[in-house]
Design a binder for this molecule. Structure first.
Ligand code: ATP
Length: 272
């Protein structure tokens, strides 16, 4: 193995992808100012799978939206691949998966996935190539000609992930993509997402309300607390990259889950 690869495997050489420094975002509302993010400092490195967990209103979605240039900070900075979020957006540095699949019901799955490529002016052949590749990645080969309503909720969410992957972005930002799905489907998608992350080496930012989901998926778990929205703990996972679902019964997994729960409590996240 080349020394550089070895360093990477050992986590020594790290390539920052998303860097937030003293990030603030205050919304002005009719009821006064809302501090959605206060003094957020975080570095997400290449190939990291970082989950954001915390109760409603702690700024998880706002953080992803700032990274995707859908909101702009009122203080501090956030960079994506060394660029401003607006520049990164223009260069299609990331794909974004929303809470609801958000597929157009009048377009087939294939046409939904091709839409961003059409807009970006990809040739017809190139669109088809990308389509076939991403359908395979999310295990939806053969479903391209179906309409969204012909697919289960889990399959629709996979199609929406395929759309976000279509233009080969190295970064995937996912806002509670599996929140509305039942637990069995969710388990299955968690496994598939992890396999996809392994295969593609993408950098993933993932919002969730679920402690087991965060622990199962992540290399790092960012615990947040509301009013003002801030980071209260960042937990490095000690789990191996290879994670069968039953890893959730191991003492190591339960120990990390316990630490996340403690972090949420310490931030007065849940009143229990
Ligand atoms: N466009 C906006 N205008 C005003 N306030 C906003 C806006 N977007 C978010 N907020 C407020 O900012 C705070 C953080 O919201 P955000 O959606 O980031 O939280 P969250 O942790 O993702 O919550 P949830 O788990 O419910 O999705 C909340 O108090 C929310 O009401």
């Amino acid at each position: 193995m080349a020394p550089l690869d070895e360093e990477r495997m050992n986590g020594v050489a790290q390539d920052p992808v998303i860097v937030a420094e003293k990030l603030d975002l205050t919304f002005q509302t009719n009821d006064g100012a809302v501090q959605a993010l206060r003094d957020v400092n975080l570095t997400i490195n290449k190939g990291d799978f970082v989950s954001f967990i915390g109760p409603s209103g702690c700024g998880k979605t706002t953080f992803l939206r700032v990274a995707a240039a859908l909101e702009h900070p009122t203080g501090g900075t956030l960079s994506v691949n060394g660029m401003t979020p607006d520049e990164a957006r223009q260069q299609r540095a990331y794909g974004y998966v929303f809470q609801a699949a958000g597929l157009y019901p009048w377009r087939t799955i294939a046409k939904n996935i091709k839409l961003p490529l059409e807009i970006m002016g990809y040739s017809k052949e190139s669109q088809q190539e990308h389509l076939e590749r991403v359908l395979k990645l999310v295990d939806l080969e053969g479903f391209g000609e179906k309409f969204p309503w012909q697919l289960s909720g889990g399959m629709q969410q996979r199609a929406s992930i395929a759309r976000a992957l279509a233009f080969d972005a190295d970064i995937l930002l996912m806002d509670e993509p599996f929140g509305a799905l039942d637990e069995i489907v969710r388990d299955h998608l968690n496994e598939q997402l992890l396999a996809l992350w392994e295969r593609t080496g993408k950098t993933i930012g993932f919002v969730t309300h679920s402690i087991p989901e965060a622990v199962y998926l992540s290399t790092r778990i960012v615990v947040m607390s509301p009013r003002p929205g801030r980071i209260t703990d960042v937990i490095e996972s000690t789990l191996p990259r290879e994670r069968p679902l039953d890893i959730r019964d191991t003492p190591e997994f339960l120990e990390i889950a316990h630490r996340v729960r403690e972090g949420l409590r310490a931030g007065h996240a849940y009143d229990d």
